[in-house]
Design a protein around this ligand. Structure first.
Ligand code: ATP
Length: 352
């Protein structure tokens, strides 16, 4: 039984305008973390606001633990939903101490229970020594953890995170994310995270829901979406890819790069996703080309520490290729290219 069910929810901000959320359905199991992922303007924040009760759906139904929060003839106000939310800017009360920020949401509890509960939550996030500080006396990462402690203190049934790591710098973001994930897992909190950052979504969530234009395009584990994207949009958005038309026969397709192995059998004209790491670049030594390799010209090179991302021209095509950081190739160099991985057959037809 899902904890949260979103069934066919639609919202238009203006009557007759484009739907910001368009017949969206999604279910979250108790204790799981799902990331809503997609390009700017695809409706991620709107979906969170609908769950939190800051927006009312035009049609559809939102159910939390079998209680309808929003649906035909029903609308539960935000403060009665038992849903916690953390925003990108953390929205701490600047004039309240850390402890008072966290006790703020605990007003319905008897007074003697408020502070111990807030302190326990701060302790959980490693903020036990910071309770007397004001928000401006904290680092960005500490503020974020106070915001989480405040959202979780009242014991919400689930937590919504709206780009909650985006304002932190890269290193802090990665370490804070790990720490927060650990705490949320220990509390068995059900989490819906909105982000436009695919690596954050893949690192943080049990499942991803990739959105485009108000709709969910594909839902699944990060591994399954990366390895088996349904369409070109998901393949390109999640990890980047090369789209290649081909003619499939069983588990191989003929393409402009020659024969390419497929991850599953197919027949006829197909559109393929070939990940950059499914291609291997080697320096062109001028010696006779090894069997199956193609000539490629390096167009761009982006060093990323653990690997280099190249754009190469191969015949008339430009391709993305990932290579080892020690590859001595520079823009203008010629190289050899080999297909070393499998391509995935996408559901859309190849262009004629
Ligand atoms: P981002 O990643 O840039 O935050 P998003 O995926 O969260 O984007 P939303 O903020 O949900 O997208 O916006 C979805 C669509 O709804 C966009 O076209 C946006 O312009 C529109 N929109 C959002 N809020 C309002 C509003 N209050 N009034 C009218 N249109 C809005």
């Amino acid at each position: 039984m899902p904890l949260l069910s979103i069934d066919q929810v639609t919202l238009r901000y203006t009557a007759g305008g484009t739907a910001a959320v368009d017949g969206l359905s999604l279910a979250l199991e108790p204790g799981e973390t799902v990331a809503l992922l997609g390009p700017s303007g695809c409706g991620k924040t709107t979906m969170l606001r609908l769950i939190a009760g800051f927006e009312r759906p035009d049609t559809g139904r939102i159910t939390l633990e079998e209680r309808v929060l929003a649906g035909p003839g029903t609308f539960v106000p935000p403060d009665q939903r038992r849903v916690g939310m953390v925003f990108q800017d953390f929205a701490l009360f600047p004039h309240l101490s850390v402890l008072d920020n966290v006790t703020f949401g605990l007003k319905p509890l008897p007074r003697r229970e408020q502070e111990p509960r807030a302190r326990a939550m701060l302790e959980l996030f490693g903020l036990g020594d910071f309770e007397a500080r004001m928000p401006h006396e904290l680092s960005g990462g500490q503020q974020q953890r106070v915001a989480l402690a405040r959202a979780l203190a009242p014991g919400p049934r689930m937590l919504l995170l709206d780009e909650a790591f985006s304002s932190l710098d890269a290193a802090l973001r990665a370490s804070t994310r790990l720490e927060v994930r650990r705490v949320l897992m220990s509390l068995k909190t059900t989490v819906l995270l909105v982000t436009h950052d695919q690596s954050e979504a893949m690192a943080f969530a049990d499942r991803l829901a990739v959105m485009r234009a108000g709709k969910v395009e594909q839902v699944g584990s990060p591994e399954s979406l990366y390895q088996a994207p349904r369409n070109a949009f998901v393949a390109s958005f999640l990890g980047g890819t090369n789209l290649l038309p081909g003619s499939a026969s069983g588990t191989e397709a003929q393409t402009r790069l020659g024969g390419v192995p497929l991850s599953g059998p197919a027949q006829g004209q197909v559109l393929l996703s070939l990940r950059p790491e499914a291609l291997l670049l080697v320096a062109d030594t001028g010696a006779a080309a090894p069997g199956g390799s193609l000539r490629a010209e390096i167009l761009t090179r982006e060093f990323q520490g653990h690997m280099i991302e190249f754009t190469v021209r191969c015949g008339e095509r430009e391709l993305k290729v990932r290579g080892a950081p020690e590859l001595p190739l520079r823009p203008g160099d010629s190289a050899r290219l080999e297909v070393v991985g499998q391509a995935v057959v996408l559901e859309e037809a190849a262009p004629p």
